[in-house]
Design a protein around this ligand. Structure first.
Ligand code: URA
Length: 236
């Protein structure tokens, strides 16, 4: 089996991410660092990731988590900040998050040890829609909303058309629901910045048909069989 698939099956990360980890020298086969992306892993080989033996998991698990602000979406953080994986301590399997939310963003995150699902959800061709509620400081004009929906320049990249609409307003903030299929770094914040607006607070409320629902901050629960089947069905 190709090394990146083997690692993904072990729950290390998506196949593409595993290629990066291999190139970074974090993977050893039979105690020797390998940077060979096409390497074929035989049943007798011992594979180590960050010096720990990894073997493909038999049991695949899938969770949704309400990520609170103040947590990083990685398994470890060089600055010692809290990680979303720490919130999943009671889960025995090694799970990892699909995609990222910023440190100060909250909301829906899916975590799994199934590399195939990660590939499906992160591959641009599958166009999975993610819905966010962005709280904008002050007001935002219908023209700006229209501009954001048509596409804006976020540092040399023009965003794809998307849906955006004002859902609520108070004295301080305007809340905008925005649905995007792309996943550039800090994309939502940058889209509002492109029209001169600051996102004070950002929350992801759904990924395709998977909803955050009533989960409270820091709470997680296993996806239902129906939700898992839905994720699998997204592959184009
Ligand atoms: N867009 C952002 O700007 N931040 C996130 O965390 C997710 C999408």
């Amino acid at each position: 089996m190709r090394i990146n698939k083997y690692l993904a099956d072990c729950g290390v990360a998506s196949r593409r991410k595993c290629d990066e980890l291999i190139l970074q020298g974090k993977v050893k086969v039979n105690n020797k660092v390998t940077r060979e992306l096409g390497l074929d892993i035989k049943p007798t080989d011992v594979v180590l990731f960050e010096n720990r033996v990894v073997r493909p998991n038999i049991r695949r698990v899938y969770y949704k988590l309400h990520k609170p602000k103040g947590y990083v979406t990685t398994a470890s953080d060089e600055k010692g900040r809290k990680t979303v994986v720490e919130l999943m301590r009671k889960v025995q399997e090694r799970v990892y998050p699909i995609g990222r939310l910023d440190y100060d963003t909250e909301g829906l995150l899916i975590l799994t040890n199934d590399g195939d699902i990660t590939n499906i959800l992160t591959h641009p061709k599958n166009l999975v829609k993610k819905t966010y509620i962005a709280s904008i400081e002050g007001e935002i004009s219908p023209q700006d909303i229209k501009q954001i929906s048509k596409g804006v320049d976020i540092g040399g990249y023009i965003t794809q058309p998307c849906s955006a609409q004002i859902v609520e307003k108070d004295e301080k903030f305007t809340r905008v629901e925005i649905v995007i299929s792309e996943g550039k770094n800090h994309q939502v914040k940058k889209m509002f910045e492109a029209v001169g607006k600051n996102v004070a607070f950002l929350k992801r409320v759904s990924i395709g048909e998977i909803k955050l629902g009533g989960l409270s901050r820091g709470e997680y629960k296993a996806l239902t069989t129906k939700e898992i089947a839905y994720l699998k069905s997204l592959q184009k």
